[in-house]
Ligand binder design. Structure first.
Ligand code: PLP
Length: 369
């Protein structure tokens, strides 16, 4: 049991079931579980072990540091570093057997030298920019880049990848854009094939494409969000469930009188005599302050409005005369239709990724099965 009052409860059984459902949808292709940003706030080490046990083939991280954390905790599966790292991290990439996704030639000679010294071979992937305009070489540059990689005897060109800009949208323009990205990616792959450069791992799909766009599978899918239980807003959820429940407890209950204001800057005034409950979760824990006077918490199947400004470490709700006691459990968000991270994201005009990765480090992650 956690001694902390405010926790992020991570249900590993739900997580495993989500992975199984996704694998079932993606059928025979290989799977990469994206665990960047502390596994989207769920805890990178337990999530990675659970994901591998549930059958994913590799892990994807954003930073070299995240990869090092996984290796130091005993993970031996392939770890793809999805983002360009700085050249000064090349030695770590080599030492920890991480697999870089290279977007330019700057680090190649460093990899080569470190690998030589450590007597190793390194798999690398080429990142193709097919329209996100973030990282990667253009499709027409892929062949020359591949040749340059292959000119280093310690480097093996294992894979090629691209990333979609709008696969989570279902407007016509989004669909057209994704189709064009697939077309450009195919051009890049063909340029290698026709020069007898054989690539084992070809991957493009993120969560949205994994769930809804089989033509983007190639031979590997690479997903994060779906595994944690969320889908793009405009698509039907294939029964994936949120893994994280953000919870707290009632810490203080007090009566306030009609006309009294609540919290900083007096943005809420009681319209009648009532009772308020103080919950020890604030914007520093990752509850967006934008929910001041707007959001709700749930206690025993009933929703209570957030009144006044959300503070750094606490939030106040109006509980009226309901039978609520100190220590009663409070749901901030979780596997709940009204209070899911997805619903909250929608209200703030953002994506669930931002809500779940925003849960701060001081919130204790508690794992249940
Ligand atoms: C974050 C990320 C993903 C995963 O995206 P989801 O929408 O969470 O599935 C896949 N590929 C790359 C390159 C990423 O940066």
């Amino acid at each position: 049991m956690s001694l902390q009052t405010t926790i992020a409860e991570i249900n590993l059984t739900v997580f495993e079931n989500n992975i199984k459902k996704i694998k079932n949808i993606a059928k025979a292709v290989r799977t990469v579980l994206v665990v960047k940003a502390n596994a989207y706030g769920h805890g990178i080490v337990p999530i990675s072990f659970t994901g591998l046990n549930a059958g994913v083939d590799a892990l994807g991280v954003a930073t070299v540091n995240e990869g090092v954390t996984l290796r130091e905790n005993g993970i031996t599966a392939p770890i793809l570093v999805l983002f360009q790292h700085s050249i000064s991290e090349s030695e770590l990439v080599c030492y920890y057997n991480l697999t870089p996704i290279v977007t330019n030639n700057l680090a190649l000679s460093y990899y080569q030298n470190y690998c030589k010294r450590m007597n190793k071979k390194m798999d690398v992937y080429i990142k193709v920019d097919t329209g996100l305009s973030r990282m990667g070489v253009r499709p027409e540059e892929v062949l020359d880049f591949a040749k340059e990689i292959l000119s280093h005897d310690c480097l093996s060109l294992h894979g090629i990848t691209t990333h979609f800009a709008a696969s989570d949208g279902c407007e016509k323009a989004d669909i057209e854009f994704t189709k064009n990205q697939i077309r450009l990616f195919n051009c890049a792959i063909d340029s290698l094939k026709s020069n007898n450069i054989n690539i084992k791992d070809i991957q493009a799909a993120n969560s949205a494409a994994t769930l809804f766009l089989p033509e983007a599978y190639f031979n590997t899918v690479r997903f994060g969000l779906a595994a944690y239980g969320y889908t793009p807003d405009d698509f039907e959820n294939p029964s994936l469930e949120p893994v994280m429940s953000f919870k707290s407890k009632v810490l203080v209950i007090k009566a306030i009188k009609k006309g009294e204001s609540v919290s900083y800057s007096m943005t809420h005034t009681a319209s009648k005599d009532t009772r308020i409950a103080v919950v020890p979760v604030g914007y520093s824990d990752g509850l967006p302050r934008a929910f001041s006077n707007k959001g709700k918490f749930k206690i025993k199947d009933k929703y209570y409005p957030i009144v006044g400004r959300i503070c750094m470490d606490s939030t106040i709700i109006d509980i009226g005369n309901d039978d609520i006691n100190l220590e009663d459990e409070v749901l901030i968000f979780g596997n709940d239709e009204v209070l899911s991270a997805q619903a909250l994201a929608k209200e703030l005009n953002t994506i669930p990724h931002e809500i779940i990765t925003g849960i701060s480090e001081r919130v204790h992650r508690v794992y249940i099965k």
